[in-house]
Design a protein around this ligand. Structure first.
Ligand SMILES: Nc1ncnc2c1ncn2[C@@H]1O[C@H](COP(=O)(O)OP(=O)(O)O)[C@@H](O)[C@H]1O
Ligand SMILES: [Mg+2]
Length: 291
């Protein structure tokens, strides 16, 4: 996909980190950078922390303020990457829906893990939660900046959603010229849905062999398409979220699929994706199945 890199900014420091990540992505992948600020507000009196943004002069309309927020961020991106084409979009919609609409022709959407909201105990803000659940393209959630030269880490579970994640992770590793670490974590057989019959006895060595096959197969296509990417395949007998978080401390980006093996359709996001989005320090990319 050759669409623009879309980034949502709100004047917060975390939003600025999202902008910096998006700027680097657009430069590396030779895409247009589209900086979006939406000023629709669900609850007029919701308190926001003062954080970074200051209105340049008193008495500006909401639309003028919004344009100023977008333009200031665009200027920062142009300073960092003068060769980049940078566009701004100002929307009167709510930020979540505005970003989802903007995702329709985007190659990727980037947001911060938090914004200006004052509910400081939230690990993931409402806008980022909305975008992660509803966007049609990969969504990158940035909490803190990360080393762009560190390996890309991808979680593999052998289902279609994780295949897409693996493909996208290969692209990222290739464009950064860094290794790809693919982690497949498994546990003793667990019930995946109501009524599942579990074996009373199982042979751990045989299970490990089967899980190793899942990992190898998930990587075959990417290895063929990106022969220059150095791949490290890691099998972990551990909780997936725990294994990914442990490995992520050495990574520059963590890539996961939106759904896991669990077929609980009511959930828009799998539990592993949700967990790492809340707890990983490095940027997390959630890659959806094609819809
Ligand atoms: N008004 C907005 N316009 C565009 N993007 C936004 C807006 N508000 C938030 N975002 C994006 O979503 C990220 C998370 O913010 P949000 O979910 O609102 O968290 P919080 O609840 O802490 O404010 C921000 O870092 C920014 O990337
Ligand atoms: Mg907010």
């Amino acid at each position: 996909m050759s669409g623009p890199v879309v980034v949502g900014v709100d004047g917060s420091v975390t939003g600025e980190r999202a902008l910096d990540w998006a700027t680097d992505e657009a430069r590396r992948r030779k895409r247009t950078l589209r900086v979006l600020h939406a000023y629709g507000w669900p609850l007029p009196d919701l308190p926001v922390s003062p954080d970074r943004y200051r209105a340049p002069r008193p008495g500006m309309s909401d639309g003028e303020l919004a344009r100023d927020v977008a333009e200031r961020h665009a200027a920062r991106a142009r300073r960092a990457a003068p060769e980049l084409t940078v566009e701004t979009v100002v929307s009167g919609d709510l930020p979540g829906p505005a970003l989802v609409t903007a995702s329709l022709d985007a190659s990727v959407v980037v947001v911060g893990s938090r914004g200006l909201g004052s509910v400081t105990e939230l690990l993931l803000g409402s806008v980022s939660s909305h975008v992660v659940a509803h966007a049609r393209v990969p969504v990158v959630v940035v909490r803190r900046p990360a080393d762009p030269h560190a390996p890309v880490l991808v979680g593999v579970d052998g289902k279609p959603a994780s295949d897409r994640a693996v493909g996208w992770a290969f692209e990222q590793a290739a464009s950064r010229r860094v290794p790809l670490i693919a982690v497949h974590a498994w546990q003793a057989p667990v019930s995946r849905r109501h009524g599942d019959m579990l074996p009373l006895v199982h042979d751990p060595a045989m299970l490990a062999k089967e899980e190793a096959r899942v990992l190898t197969e998930a990587l075959t296509g990417g290895r063929e398409e990106y022969p220059d990417v150095v791949v490290r395949a890691c099998l972990r007998h551990e909780r997936p979220a725990k294994a990914l978080l442990a490995e992520s401390t050495r990574a520059g980006l963590l890539v996961v699929g939106a759904h896991g093996r669990s077929e609980w359709r009511g959930l828009l996001l799998g539990s592993v994706s949700r967990h790492v989005l809340h707890h990983a320090g490095v940027p997390v990319a959630v890659v959806h199945e094609r819809r």
